[in-house]
Design a protein around this ligand. Sequence first.
Ligand code: SF4
Length: 318
Amino acid sequence: MAAILEIKGLKKYFKTRKGTIKAVDDVDLEIEEGEIFGLVGESGSGKTTVANIIMGLYLPTSGEIKYKGNNIAIPINKRPKWLKKEIQIVFQNPASSLNPKKTVRQILEVPISIHRPDAPLPQTIYELLEMVDLPPEFIDRHPEELGGGEKQLVAIARALSTEPSLIVLDEPTSSLDVSVQGKIINILMKLQKNFGLTYIFITHNLSLMSNVANRVAIMYLGKIKEIAKSEEFFTNSFHPYTKMLLSSIPVITEEEEKLKPKKILSTGEIPGALKLPEGCSFHPRCPFVMDVCKVKDPPLIEVSPNHLCSCHLYLNKQ
Ligand code: SF4
């Protein structure tokens, strides 16, 4: 399938008075049209910075980012209208992403009138509410009259309102009660299927990705450590960091337990962003660390078909 989004050598460094934070450091990614791509990592891994660059909220320090072959390293306020229509985002916290003074009708009619001026109103708003399983009477409610899950469904309806191709989902369920998370995921999956949408699903929740993503990439301190198709990622991961995170996911059935990698214990803490270690950034925590890991950063290479990993343990096994 064709790549809808291509990222090459992407870097985003932030200069602070105490030094430089390498939030994203030489990231290469290709997102295929129609796929659900899981971008996973702990807090501080750089995954949300990647999302912000895709949306034009940050400009890259260097590197390329192309959408359908067009350079999109353009700040959001200078982006052409077609680009704003095609790429949308759903943020983690709907309470802060929806204007509390506006009704659902007002929230949705602005992007519709800008990007689809011929779409009839209010019918199009009712259709959007139906798509996200919200009742029509919600049209004249304010966000404060809605529950957390309902607010997030309005945010999803707003993202859909421009008829986008690519939606960045930045931790879309992490701020919600567990009781509504499943419903939101089911609606997102239904919409992706019905409209052939491409999702970049950003999360720290690896077990969630095992159920929804086609491919998964894992980030650690600004770098991609492993990328694979979802099934391969969850049953045959290579990188010690991936194995460490997978081995700590709670499972319910014996079958799931058998598929889990053996427990890998980390030997240290995540280094501070201002003081990244030399060589492989995971080496202070890695139980398999070798001398070479402390001086050389391993490249991300294809270890088996379509399965990339950045680790010295696999450098000679291609
Ligand atoms: Fe561990 Fe070395 Fe692989 Fe880094 S390169 S994950 S330190 S074995």
